[in-house]
Structure formats: structure tokens, C-alpha cells
Ligand binder design. Structure first.
Ligand SMILES: Cc1ncc(COP(=O)(O)O)c(C=O)c1O
Length: 428
């Protein structure tokens, strides 16, 4: 039981203090116990605890937040639709894309392409777009009209006798083949996370995103960046799309937008989509009771103000961010670590049985989960995705706390190695 928290530390019901190396669930950019966010929520609660955005009404905090998001996002994102979770934002974007193509007189454009290994949430559409096959069979998913394309960038495929550039070309060709197979005039949008997050923190191979953007432009397909994890400073810039030099037509966002203090998400719509929908004669029949909740918007606004004011994104944060990356890189010498990946404030340790042959452990051994348990038992939260250990700390983490995180991660890896030793599992 996690009972309370402060700064980058969580405290549990047994009295243990844990360094939160996962920012909650990729979301507490400002860490815990931020009084300014609490104050913003309290003031908003007292002023206007609730109103909705239906029937031609709005609220000052929703309007101000929409303007702030438009300012921070790349390209011409100009109108914002609010929701309460990443999944709701994804479902909303899917509907808005369909509506857009209907308004444009291209109703045949209804096929969506997402990526193998991508995660987009757990509502019906979001889970369908998710490219983790384990998410589908229980619920008869994916929905029709949703396609997935590989290969997923990973330690093993990248190493399969290919340069990174060759791997990029292989991924882009696979996408083009899929577009041609479906019929370019039928493809509504391509959606991807700038960095595959819940699928194992896998940054794209070099040059991937600009080539994907060019391909989408060539075929008139909308480019949709799901920035639920990558947005709000996580990759070192305000948005992952800026880190990878692309200007998507649609951006979905949540998590770090309010540092997780309030549930809020948004869909940012680029100029043509925004204006096409706004200029339509009919009312758009989509929205939620809590869309643009005034308390959540006030907290998100304060959160963004603090990220800006305290230099937690971009150049002012670079020194600490570089330190984070350099320090976690040192773990690559550990006998269990085949690769350390990092971008911005995201890190991943790939645990392997044989570093030279890149052999992975038998999945029945649950090595990643064992390592996670050793983390938890020794004062650190890292998440395991298979045998990949994920690191995603609050953006406020200090250099001393980064040192502590790395020491504790090494300690947990050592204990995992000991445990495998007692089980007589061979490590090379
Ligand atoms: C990229 C991405 N999209 C969507 C979601 C779904 O967000 P939520 O869990 O808030 O519905 C997540 C959640 O981790 C995510 O990482």
C-alpha cells in the first residue's frame, strides 16, 4: 500500500521509503507534495468546482489551458478537445478523424494504422489501436478497420546484422507496404507514440519519424502522435514530436499535463482538421461530462507554469538530463544488462542471459519481475515490461537522487543475479 509521498519519494504502509523511478505511472513530472498545485486546485474548487463545455459554454481555465497547449505544441495545433484519461483522448481522436474525413467528402478513409508494440490505452478503440496482442483476445479486439505494422524497434531486431539506418528503412517500407495493401485512399491516419512507452521504452531508430511523416504526406494520411507519455517534457522537449522533428496533425496527451494530480487529457487538432470541424454547420456530437473540468484545467495550467518557470523542460534542464542518461548508462557493465536505452527522462535496461549472443531468458523465469521485486524490497520503484526494466523519474529529480536511483538499481540487479545463481541459471 502506498500511503503518502513527497518529492521523488513514496512511503508504504510498512514504513518503507521508495525512490519513485517511474513517476507514478509516467506522470508525476513535478513529483509529489507540490503545494502550488494543491493551492491551484483549492482555489479552483472554491471559485468554480464544476461546469461543462457543452452547449456553447466554456470556463476561463479551460480556455486558457487550450491556448497554452496550442502555444506549446508543434506545428499548427490550434483547437483542443479535453477529456479525462489518455484512453478517452485516443477514442476521441479516432472519432474526430472519422468526422473530419466525412466532412472532407472522403468517407472511404476509415482505416487506421498503428504499430506493433504500441500502447494507446484500454477503452475499446484505444485497446484496438494498441499493438500488444495480449490486450486483444479477452475482449474480441481489435475492432475492424484497425491495422498494426511492425517491426517493433528492439534490442534484438536492431542487432540482427543491420545498421540502424537499414532498420529504419525496413520499418518505413513495412508501413508503406501496409498502406498500399489497404489502399492509400482508404487510410485515415497513422498513429504512433514518438517513443514506444509501455511496450518497453523503445526509441525509434534514427531518421524514422521524418520518413514516416513524409510517407503520410505523400498519401494524404493524417499523422497522429500519441504523446500521452512523451508530452510535457518527458523526452527533453515539450513534446516528443519536437525531439524527433515532426509536425503531427493530431496530438493526444495526458499524464504529465497535470503531473497526475488531476485526471485530464486532451486532443490537439491541427489547423485544417480544427477549422473543418469548427466551420461545419452542424454541432459536433461528442463530449464528456468532465471534459475540461475547471479544477483539472487549473491544476494543469499551474503545472505547465511551473515546468516553464523552473526550467524543467529543454535547455535549462539539459545538464541534469544528461547526467541522468550518463549515470544510467553506467549500468551497461552489469552482467545482466545487455543494453541501456535512454532519451530525455526515459531509460530502459534490457536484461539478458548472454550479452554477446543477445540471448534472452526463458520467459517462465520472470527475470524482469524478480528484478522489480528486488527494487521494491530495497527502496526503488522500477517497472518491468517482460525483462526490460523501465526508468521514468519525476522531472524534478536532483543529481544526488539520480545517484541514489542508479545505486539502488545496481543493487537490485545484483540481488537478481544472486537469485538466478541460487536457481543455477547460467549467465554469460
Ligand atoms: C501512449 C499512451 N496512450 C494512451 C494511454 C492511456 O492512458 P490512460 O491509462 O490514462 O487511459 C497510455 C497509458 O499509459 C499511453 O502510454
Amino acid at each position: 500500500m502506498i500511503t503518502h509521498a513527497d518529492g521523488v519519494y513514496l512511503y508504504d504502509s510498512e514504513g518503507a521509503k521508495l525512490l519513485d523511478g517511474m513517476a507514478g505511472l509516467w506522470c508525476t513530472q513535478l513529483g509529489y507534495g507540490n503545494d502550488e498545485l494543491v493551492e491551484a486546485a483549492t482555489t479552483a474548487m472554491k471559485t468554480l468546482p464544476y461546469y461543462n463545455l457543452f452547449f456553447n459554454t466554456s470556463t476561463p481555465s479551460a480556455t486558457e489551458l487550450a491556448a497554452k497547449i496550442a502555444e506549446k505544441t508543434p506545428g499548427d495545433i490550434s483547437r483542443i478537445f479535453f477529456a479525462c484519461s489518455g484512453s478517452e483522448a485516443v477514442d476521441s481522436a479516432y472519432k474526430l478523424v472519422k468526422y473530419y474525413w466525412n466532412l472532407k467528402g472522403q468517407p472511404e478513409r476509415k482505416q487506421f494504422i498503428a504499430r506493433e508494440g504500441g500502447y494507446h490505452g484500454s477503452t475499446t478503440v484505444a485497446a484496438s489501436l494498441t499493438g500488444l496482442s495480449g490486450m486483444h483476445p479477452q475482449f474480441d479486439l481489435p475492432l475492424e478497420g484497425i491495422h498494426h505494422v511492425g517491426p517493433m524497434p528492439c534490442y534484438f531486431t536492431n542487432g540482427a546484422g543491420m545498421t540502424e539506418e537499414e532498420f529504419t528503412d525496413k520499418c518505413v517500407k513495412a508501413l508503406e507496404d501496409k498502406i498500399l495493401e489497404i489502399g492509400p485512399e482508404k487510410v485515415a491516419a497513422f498513429v504512433g507514440e514518438p517513443v514506444l512507452g509501455a511496450g518497453g521504452m523503445r526509441p525509434p531508430p534514427v531518421g524514422y519519424w521524418p520518413k514516416v511523416e513524409a510517407l503520410c504526406r505523400k498519401h494524404g494520411i493524417l499523422l497522429w502522435a500519441d504523446e500521452v507519455i512523451c508530452g510535457w517534457g518527458r523526452t527533453g522537449n515539450w513534446f516528443g514530436s519536437q525531439t524527433y522533428g515532426i509536425t503531427p496533425d493530431i496530438i493526444t496527451m495526458a499524464k504529465g499535463m497535470s503531473s497526475g494530480y488531476m485526471p485530464i487529457s486532451a486532443v490537439g487538432l491541427g489547423g485544417d482538421i480544427a477549422e473543418t470541424i469548427a466551420n461545419s454547420d452542424e454541432e459536433m456530437v461528442h463530449g464528456f461530462t468532465y471534459s475540461g473540468h475547471p479544477v483539472a484545467c487549473a491544476v494543469a495550467l499551474k503545472n505547465i507554469e511551473i515546468l516553464e518557470r523552473d526550467g524543467l523542460v529543454g535547455e535549462p534542464a539539459k545538464d541534469r538530463m544528461d547526467y541522468f542518461q550518463t549515470r544510467i548508462q553506467t549500468l551497461e557493465d552489469h552482467p545482466l544488462v545487455g543494453e541501456v536505452r535512454s532519451i530525455g527522462w526515459l531509460g530502459a535496461l534490457e536484461i539478458v542471459q548472454n550479452k554477446s549472443t543477445r540471448k534472452i531468458f526463458d520467459s517462465d523465469l520472470n527475470v524482469g519481475f524478480r528484478c522489480r521485486e528486488h527494487c521494491f524490497n530495497n527502496g526503488l520503484v522500477m517497472r518491468s515490461v517482460g525483462d526490460t526494466m523501465i526508468i521514468c523519474p519525476p522531472l524534478i529529480i536532483s543529481k544526488e537522487e539520480i545517484d541514489e536511483l542508479v545505486e539502488k538499481a545496481r543493487y537490485a540487479l545484483d540481488r537478481t543475479l544472486d537469485e538466478l545463481g541460487t536457481m543455477e541459471v547460467k549467465i554469460a
